[in-house]
Design a protein around this ligand. Structure first.
Ligand code: R5P
Length: 294
């Protein structure tokens, strides 16, 4: 379809219709047993959702606030997460091999914050991901970015390797500085990632039309936390994301930069798995923070 004139705008998203399939992870019913088993280490079979703790930021920004010490500050949080997302360097050096969390390995890299961020390459061999018992590998996709085409090719290559070995691929929609963060953009970016074979897609929440993003993506959407917000605001964003069709969160700064990361993680779990309203979850955060101060 070379002719892009005359494309009709999508309009009927069927946002109230449940996804077909019968497996607790959207779009995965046709996958092989091993891949579905690995997805079940990320998405809880009883709720179909996940709380993924992300601390892979150092792969391009270095030791940012909250991530100065992975071994002493982040490792103790991991038992409360369903899944953890980090680089293989962080995993091998700082996370105990006794962890029960689903392992999601950052598989792309290249530029630092000093360079053009879309200039990424695949930076992990699937064999090493298997050695590390990864449930999924994660790669950035820069739709509209300078190196859009290579990032999509990187995703496709990783999906080929993932399908060969039964390892899921998480497509991370990276928003360039010049991109408008709206539902139209995220529908484009998430759908391309899923059509290229990603089994999970991570994106950002938008206030207008987020339910059209989740409905038109045939695999689960999980929501990044983004920059640090007041705790109640972050819990509200998580709540709305879930209400509007997200299958969980992949949250970093709003947990590890909180004054009480463990309390915030417990509150986020309340929203994602127990259906708590933001205010109810915030009470959990406050109680745990008061308890920690005694
Ligand atoms: C980008 O550095 C990573 O993909 C992060 O894992 C992702 O953005 C989630 O972290 P945060 O909630 O801090 O945005």
């Amino acid at each position: 379809m070379a002719d892009t004139d005359g494309l009709l705008d999508a309009r009927d998203f069927g946002t109230s219709e449940p996804a077909a399939g019968g497996f607790h992870v959207k779009g995965a019913h046709g996958q092989d047993w091993g891949l579905r088993n690995r997805l079940s280490r990320i998405f809880r079979p009883d709720t179909g959702r996940t709380v993924m703790l992300a601390f892979d930021h150092g792969y391009f920004v270095g030791p940012m606030a909250g991530l100065e010490r992975l071994d002493t500050r982040i490792a103790p949080l991991t038992p409360a997460a369903d899944a953890i997302m980090m680089t293989r360097g962080a995993l091998r050096t700082s996370i105990p091999a006794t962890t029960g969390a689903g392992i999601v390995l950052r598989a792309s890299g290249g530029p630092s914050i000093l360079r053009e961020l879309s200039d990424e390459h695949i930076a992990l061999d699937m064999e090493d991901a298997l050695r590390l018992n990864a449930a999924a590998v994660a790669i950035q996709v820069f739709i509209g970015g300078e190196h859009e085409s290579r990032s999509v090719a990187n995703l496709a290559a990783l999906v080929d390797a993932g399908q060969r070995h039964g390892v899921a691929v998480l497509g991370v929609t990276a928003v360039g500085k010049d991109m408008v963060r709206d539902a139209r953009y995220f529908r484009l970016a998430t759908r391309i990632s899923a059509e290229m074979g990603a089994h999970i897609v991570k994106t950002y929440y938008v206030e207008e039309g987020f339910e059209t993003v989740t409905a038109s993506c045939p695999v689960p959407i999980i929501v990044a936390g983004g920059k640090k917000l007041p705790e109640l605001d972050a819990l509200t964003m998580a709540y709305r994301s879930i209400q509007e069709g997200a299958a969980g969160v992949d949250m970093g700064r709003n947990i590890f930069q909180s004054e009480n990361p463990a309390g915030m993680l417990a509150a986020v779990r309340g929203v994602v798995h127990d259906g708590l309203k933001p205010e109810e979850a915030y009470e959990i955060f406050q109680e745990k923070t008061a308890g920690a101060a005694i």
